[in-house]
Design a protein around this ligand. Structure first.
Ligand SMILES: C[S@@+](CC[C@H](N)C(=O)[O-])C[C@H]1O[C@@H](n2cnc3c(N)ncnc32)[C@H](O)[C@@H]1O
Length: 277
């Protein structure tokens, strides 16, 4: 199983998609942390959201797992505390982390990470099995991720621009790093993995791009470069800037709002609360 290359850095993430750990009011209300909860955070990134949850666990603890060495280093430097710890772990194989799958966790949480982690169909069942093993009986798996139709304009445009530049459609699709399931798919997957599904919903949530920046790390351009990196990597490095420009040019009239020139990506969020039976 190949390791994801580490494209993440706190600076690039905050410039291109700083809203991701912030637009979490609903999923946090579903998590409803209790002061003594022991919570596992799957794909925790650089950890500000994990630390925010830790603040509501005065007698509990949270452990964040992520496959990005850069993010885990930042999380440990900036966001760890006595009840908030981080560990480098590819969450396609959570079972490698013995303390994570010991059946002692009250809740497993995840925000904006499972659509990356579940990309490879061959490792999906194991991800759900390991999360199930992590939880106490009756424990809750509470998450938000990209759902069916998420960022579909930008997704289709990157595919189309790659094809227009001589890449085969199958190569472009293969490089897509995301899996955006429907709530029907997710409900069935959770049920077959031993969970009782309390909620599984899709929300259409158009989301304003971050501010454009002179160095190209912000706005739509920054988003395409960071989130679409695996797809851009199918062309030679010296052509990637031009591909990003073509993608942004095509999207210009699709994502820009006439009233103020702001640009919005059509996020679709899939949120669920599932209980270990
Ligand atoms: C958009 S970020 C979300 C981070 C954080 N949860 C937040 O809300 O800001 C997606 C995260 O998924 C992580 N990720 C992607 N594939 C992963 C894998 N196989 N195992 C663990 N983490 C993974 C990335 O490293 C990144 O930190």
């Amino acid at each position: 199983m190949s390791q994801p290359s580490d494209k993440w850095s706190s600076e690039a993430y905050s410039a291109a998609a700083g809203f991701v750990p912030k637009l979490t009011t609903t999923v946090l209300s579903y998590l409803a942390p209790k002061p003594t909860d022991k919570i596992l955070d799957i794909g925790c990134g650089d950890g500000p959201l994990t630390a925010q949850i830790a603040a509501s666990l005065p007698r509990g603890q949270i452990l964040g797992l992520d496959a990005s060495a850069s993010f885990i280093q930042t999380a440990q430097d900036k966001n760890s505390s006595q009840n908030c710890n981080f560990k480098l772990q590819d969450c396609r194989r959570v079972a490698e982390c013995a303390e994570a799958v010991d059946g002692s966790w009250d809740k497993v949480f995840s925000n904006a990470a499972l659509h990356w982690i579940l990309r490879d169909p061959s490792t999906r069942d194991a991800v759900f099995k390991d999360i199930h093993s992590a939880l106490k009986p009756g424990g809750a798996f509470v998450f938000e991720m990209g759902g069916k139709g998420n960022v579909e304009a930008v997704h289709a445009t990157i595919l189309s621009v790659l094809v227009a530049n001589g890449i085969s459609l199958s190569t472009a699709r293969e490089a897509c790093p995301w899996f955006f399931p429907s709530n029907v798919w997710m409900t069935q997957q959770l049920q077959k993995s031993g969970f009782e599904v309390e909620k599984c919903e899709l929300e259409y949530r158009p989301t304003k791009c971050t501010a454009k920046s002179a160095d190209g790390s912000g706005g739509l351009e920054g988003w395409v470069k960071l989130m679409g990196a695996e797809m851009l990597n199918v062309v030679e490095e010296n052509k990637r800037g031009d591909i990003v420009r073509q993608v942004c040019d095509v999207l210009e009239t699709v994502v820009t709002r006439e009233e103020d020139g702001s640009q919005f990506l059509n996020y679709v969020r899939l949120r669920a609360v599932a209980r270990k039976i």
